[in-house]
Design a protein around this ligand. Structure first.
Ligand code: FEO
Length: 406
């Protein structure tokens, strides 16, 4: 266990081996953060994935006999946080499970048990001794049941998935690992987990903005404790919630016989000539969940595919299905590619981009078999449109934070 403040301990599980979290690549693993608050009524905030139970228990036992736990707060039903509640309740059968109304529904559906529930809503409080905890429902950040818990005495926010990152380390605080690493992981986390729910995130930020926050303890990864780090992550959440991006482009593609690659490389070359900040991302070498983080950071998204059996390439199809669900609003793009004898399949490529919420700035640029240099030069006009869009788009300005922090 690790003491994070007087009478508050981290008792989570470090998942060093995790490399995939429901399709999201996690090259540096993750953690499931549980927090034990020692007071008159000992309270555990969240648990860990089922296979981390023994490690969590070992940490709890360093502080208290588990049977003495009075409350288990379930901020979020997803099994990476609720997965050990059942085993813990076998050791602490008198404990009450504190959760949102949707949390109760979800936990009953997952566990089929009639536990002693204490259902809370926004503004409800729970006195556990010297400390009083309050609750804020945050539907869709990340599931309908999600909520945050706040300790006013400690000025600590426990927002579950919000502000989290998939990162395994011995260190518990962002400033110990390096805040740049934590922010980069937080961006990938937001892009892959929270991006579709910008308006709900903004609502949560508005509600939480009334609190004085000295520490943010998410349910994954590193804890934010320095004022400047809290400012940085909250400001980024405001930016992402509003679907703001940097003045940048990403070119995403896959290729069969290198023709689509030729188009991608020419676009990349022309962007550089126009001083457009651009990334070239092949689906052969980049993981889709990393590409999604780059999409979140870019204003322009160009996607290229070859045609096979009258359809777009399966890797691009899979990526676009994922992108359609994540809906990166307030972005512009176009499609490109190479075909053999029928180009009807490109209609699906354009439709997917539009379904993802990306506004098309040009008709698709498709070439039969192998594009020649003259054809590739014709891409200049679409690059010029990219430049126009980027010049017209406003630079993200960090507004003053509403958070009142000492
Ligand atoms: Fe970390 Fe939505 O669970």
């Amino acid at each position: 266990m690790i003491k994070i403040k007087d009478d508050i301990y981290w008792t989570g599980y470090i998942d060093w081996d995790l490399r995939n979290f429901h399709g999201y690549s996690t090259p540096s693993g993750s953690t499931y953060n549980a927090y034990l608050i020692m007071d008159e009524y000992p309270t555990l905030i969240d648990t860990v994935k089922h296979y981390g139970f023994q490690e969590m228990l070992f940490r709890i036992k360093q502080i208290i006999e588990p049977s003495k736990i009075k409350y288990i707060i379930s901020n979020h039903t997803e099994m990476d946080h609720s997965g050990s509640i059942d085993k813990l309740l076998e050791l602490a059968p008198q404990a009450q499970v504190v959760c949102s109304p949707k949390g109760q529904e979800g936990l009953k559906r997952h566990f089929k048990k009639n536990w002693k529930f204490k259902v809370v809503n926004t503004g409800d409080t729970l006195c556990i001794g010297k400390k009083t905890l309050s609750f804020f429902l945050m539907p869709m950040v990340h599931w309908p049941d999600s909520m945050a818990t706040y300790s006013s005495l400690d000025k600590i926010l426990f927002p579950n998935d919000a502000f989290g990152q998939h990162h395994a380390s011995c260190e518990r605080f962002a400033d110990e690992v390096g805040v740049e690493i934590a922010l980069k992981e937080a961006a990938k986390y937001y892009a892959n987990i929270v991006m579709p729910y910008g308006s709900q995130v903004q609502k949560a930020l508005d509600g939480l903005g009334k609190l004085t926050i000295d520490m943010i303890c998410p349910s994954h990864g590193l804890i934010w404790r320095r004022k400047e780090d809290i400012n940085a992550i909250v400001s980024l959440y405001q930016k992402w919630a509003q679907y703001e991006s940097d003045k940048r482009a990403v070119i995403i593609y896959d290729t069969m016989w290198h023709s689509t690659e030729k188009v991608a490389l020419k676009l990349y070359e022309l962007c550089q000539q126009e001083n457009i900040s651009v990334k070239l991302l092949s689906l052969k070498t980049n993981d889709p969940s990393d590409i999604i983080a780059d999409v979140m950071g870019a204003k322009i998204v160009a996607v290229g595919s070859p045609i096979i059996n009258n359809k777009i390439f399966p890797s691009i199809g899979g990526f676009l299905t994922y992108l359609e669900g994540l809906k990166p609003k307030n972005r512009f793009g176009f499609t490109f590619g190479s075909y053999g004898w029928v180009k009807a399949g490109f209609a699906g490529l354009e439709d997917s981009l539009k379904n993802a919420g990306i506004e098309l700035i040009s008709e698709g640029r498709y070439f039969q078999y192998v594009p020649d240099e003259k054809e590739l030069e014709s891409l200049k006009d679409v690059v010029s449109k990219m430049k126009d869009v980027l010049e017209r788009s406003r630079e993200w300005q960090q507004t003053s934070l509403t958070h009142k922090r000492s």
